[in-house]
Design a protein around this ligand. Structure first.
Ligand SMILES: [Zn+2]
Length: 365
């Protein structure tokens, strides 16, 4: 499968548009026309990871942390990043990064953390955007109603909440007169034609608009397709960073810490608050989420589970009466390998391997 097709699949689930403005996500190194057979998934790429990819004859590396983040004015072998970019290109290895878009997207890192911990029915902690929705109405000769409707729905139109295949059809008579230089599917040049037509109406998420319109145009038999497209005031589902969930059963903080240690395979964990505090609602932000302590408390959470909590963040949390579990940035995000592998394994013809390079820069002794 070529890289372009793989990227299309990835970005239909994890759109780049979800990423924060300061982020740098997408294909950072590579040729979209290259054929991809083997993918290495890893939290971030360094020299060891790139050597691992070369040894394993990998065609594509997918990282969570952006491989190129700071502005680069030169790409040469005088600096480490330039050297690594050269190494990737020389070995025909492409590199794709999915960062805050993957944190925010449904089915991304935060959702996977909730799933792993068995925190159910989670909601978004900090909303970053709402889906923009469009109404699409297309006029189709009755003979082609099913094929056009299928094309629309297959390309992603017609989703409302947890319902898919949502559409409405009505019957009527369409009239038109083909002018010179046309090649009408029905009717003759210069004569007004009346045809039994159906109007199919459906809803489309802005992100799917391009693929839905092009599928509709290819499935439609007319040379000139009559369709209306208008932006809706209805808001789609909210997306954002972090998740919050009501626990099925109350736990004490100490027990919750032990569960997290077990699930993330950690020996030590840092915790702020009385370890006997009763916990009914949990907020989670994978990676660095200490700036969400207040937000989590406002949402009614008893504890925020995150990484990178500084001393003063911990002091503030304590003063606010908010519990915080600091699992470390690495340990809340190394699970990236598992969730992205699970997604890519669904695509036929790809071999996906997880990196064996240990990337946590900290040792606890
Ligand atoms: Zn991170």
């Amino acid at each position: 499968m070529n890289l372009k097709s793989i990227i299309r699949k990835i970005e239909s689930k994890y759109p780049l548009s979800l990423a924060y403005e300061w982020d740098n996500v997408g294909l950072l190194v590579g040729d979209i026309n290259l054929d991809i057979k083997k993918i290495l998934v890893v939290l971030e790429a360094n020299e060891k990871v790139i050597n691992e990819a070369i040894e394993n004859k990998v065609d594509l590396i997918i990282t969570h942390h952006p491989f190129i983040f700071r502005k680069m004015n030169k790409i040469n072998t005088n600096d480490l990043k330039g050297k690594l970019i050269h190494k990737l290109i020389k070995n025909d290895i492409s590199l794709y990064s999915m960062h805050t878009n993957f944190d925010i997207a449904f089915g991304g890192l935060n959702d996977y953390f909730m799933e792993l911990m068995e925190f159910e029915d989670s909601k978004v902690l900090d909303i970053t955007s709402n889906e923009v929705l469009y109404k699409l109405a297309v006029y189709v000769p009755t003979s082609h109603i099913e094929s056009v409707k299928n094309a629309l729905l297959k390309s992603g139109a017609g989703h409302i909440g947890n319902y898919s295949h949502c559409s409405f059809s009505s019957q009527g008579i369409g009239s038109f007169k083909p002018l010179d230089d046309t090649n009408p599917f029905i009717g003759k040049i210069g004569e007004v034609e009346s045809v039994e037509e159906s109007k199919i109406e459906t809803i489309v998420n802005q992100k799917k608009l391009g693929s839905v319109i092009s599928s509709m145009l290819s499935a439609h038999p007319y040379e000139e397709v009559a369709y209306d497209l208008y932006k809706l005031e209805n808001k789609g589902s909210s997306v954002g960073l972090g998740r919050v969930s009501n626990l099925k059963e109350e736990v004490v903080l100490k027990e919750l810490c032990n569960n997290i240690k077990e699930k993330l395979n950690m020996k030590h964990i840092k915790v702020v608050g009385d370890i006997d505090t009763k916990i009914n609602k949990v907020a989670v932000v994978t990676g660095s989420g200490a700036d969400m302590i207040k937000k989590a408390q406002r949402k009614g959470a008893d504890v925020l589970v995150t990484g990178d909590v500084k001393y003063h963040d911990a002091q503030d949390a304590l003063d606010m009466g908010m519990c915080v579990i600091d699992c470390g940035h690495f340990d809340t995000e190394d699970i990236f390998k598992d969730v992205i592998k699970r997604f890519l394994d669904e695509i036929e013809g790809l071999e996906v391997i997880k990196s064996d390079v240990y990337l946590n820069p900290f040792n606890i002794i």
